[in-house]
Design a protein around this ligand. Structure first.
Ligand code: PLP
Length: 424
């Protein structure tokens, strides 16, 4: 066999070569069949090999696959922006900036928030507050907002921002409090941080509605986001919802923030928006964010060669239509509840499962000593062992743990394609 020159996540591991995908299944070159139990990295929401999407991609390729964003616009990009605005269902319009990855999209949100204030003469409002236990992407700007100790460590000197508050992690509350008597202390911590830094220096607060990769699906308690939004508004700070993992039906609503009826100023989408058929992500900016830019410089200071790519836009449109037509958000809600119930039953009296949590088909299983809540020793991380064993048995799972910081335990994310059936 030829020596591989492809850089993979772990160079000492042997990866099966995928040759086919169909529905919730992936197949490798040796004929092994796997259930894609995590939709890759919570991405392949409508499953693999969908003929409708392939058809839409082909039809767009026959028309035009690439134009540069400062020279042309295209029908699929325009239509996608309108569609996303309709999905947000707000009184005021949301504009779309189309990019290629979640990291680019969160970084675009960061830049747009800063520009929003600059256009009004508030040049000092340029800090972004975020939370420990979070992941907003791997580019330097996105990583600087991310509360992921392990992924930050090597690049720490380059990271300007640093998370300021804790995630609402009730299973192991950082303040040793209990909900609801805690009075949502973790949300109040945002106000304390704002007072410490000074609201005149802060552009925005960013949060994943439900923490994904960094914490193994941390669902906030009721009232948390309402309080966060109130604090942001009171202090003149924009609220960015990073829905890269949670958006597009994954949690049983089109956008996870709908669970709490909160409208963010900026919404970031990725992963499930194109279900992985073509790279696409989007930053949605409300009228409030856009107005000063539209009446000021009239140009958002960001962009990539592949931004608003027509091929990707056509793909995402086809994916969204499929999600709607097949009622996959309903599926996510019902089958997610069913799966959570089954997993909770499995967790009873189980010596390694501390917690099962989630919304829709975004489910986290945390492996800790159920009595002490202590993570297992790093040398034999439970996540790694469980993932390996599951793969041997034909089930792919996604690891979630910030690791090495003592803040979180071991966890896996179970997030199969939203098309999964009960018996599957
Ligand atoms: N934001 C969230 C919430 C994510 O989960 C991720 C990826 O896991 C990102 C941003 C970064 O997205 P990408 O890997 O597409 O750059």
């Amino acid at each position: 066999m030829k020596k591989s020159l492809l850089i993979k996540p772990f160079m000492d591991e042997i990866y099966p070569k995928a040759v086919k995908g169909s529905g919730i299944y992936l197949y490798d070159e040796d004929g092994n069949k796997y259930i894609d139990g995590s939709s890759g990295a919570v991405t392949a929401s409508i499953g693999h090999g969908n003929k409708e999407i392939i058809h839409a991609m082909l039809e767009q390729a026959k028309k035009v696959s690439f134009v540069y964003r400062s020279q042309f616009t295209t029908e699929p990009a325009e239509e996608l922006a309108c569609k996303l605005n309709n999905l947000v269902d707000a009184d005021e319009p949301y504009w779309s900036f189309l990019v290629n990855s979640g990291s680019e999209a969160t970084e675009t949100a960061m830049k747009m928030a800063i520009q929003h204030w600059q256009e009004q003469g508030f040049d000092k409002k340029n800090k972004i507050l975020s939370r420990w236990i979070s992941y907003h992407g791997i580019t330097i700007g996105a990583l600087s907002m991310s509360g992921h100790v392990y992924r930050r460590a090597r690049f720490a000197p380059l990271l300007d921002e640093c998370p300021a508050v804790s995630a609402p992690y009730c299973f192991r509350c950082p303040f040793n409090l209990n909900y609801p008597t805690c009075g949502l202390f973790c949300a109040s911590e945002l106000e304390t941080a704002i007072n410490r830094v000074g609201s005149e220096r802060i552009a925005a607060f960013i949060a994943e509605p439900i923490v994904g990769a960094a914490g193994g699906v941390i669902v906030p308690p009721e009232g948390y986001y309402q309080k966060i939004k109130e604090i942001c508004e009171k202090n003149n700070i924009l609220f960015i919802a990073d829905e890269v993992m949670t958006g597009m039906g994954r949690t049983g609503k089109m956008f996870a923030m709908e669970h709490w009826n909160v409208k963010p100023d900026l919404i970031v989408l990725g992963k499930g928006i194109s279900s992985g058929y073509s790279p696409l992500a989007a930053t949605l900016a409300s009228k409030k964010v856009m107005d000063p830019i539209l009446s000021g410089s009239k140009s958002v200071m960001s962009g990539h060669t592949f931004s608003a790519n027509p091929q990707s836009a056509a793909t995402a449109l086809a994916v969204i239509h499929y999600i709607e037509r097949m009622k996959l958000i309903d599926h996510s809600c019902k089958n997610g509840s069913y799966l959570i119930e089954k997993l909770k039953n499995m967790a009873k009296n189980n010596p390694i499962i501390g917690d099962v949590r989630g919304k829709g088909l975004m489910i986290g299983v945390e492996f800790v000593d159920p009595l002490t809540k202590e993570p297992f020793p790093t040398v034999e991380q439970m996540t790694t062992r469980v993932i390996k064993k599951a793969r041997e048995k034909g089930l792919i799972l996604y690891p979630a743990n910030a690791g090495k910081d003592g803040l979180v335990g071991d966890a896996v994310i179970i997030a199969p394609p939203l098309i999964i059936k009960k018996k599957e």
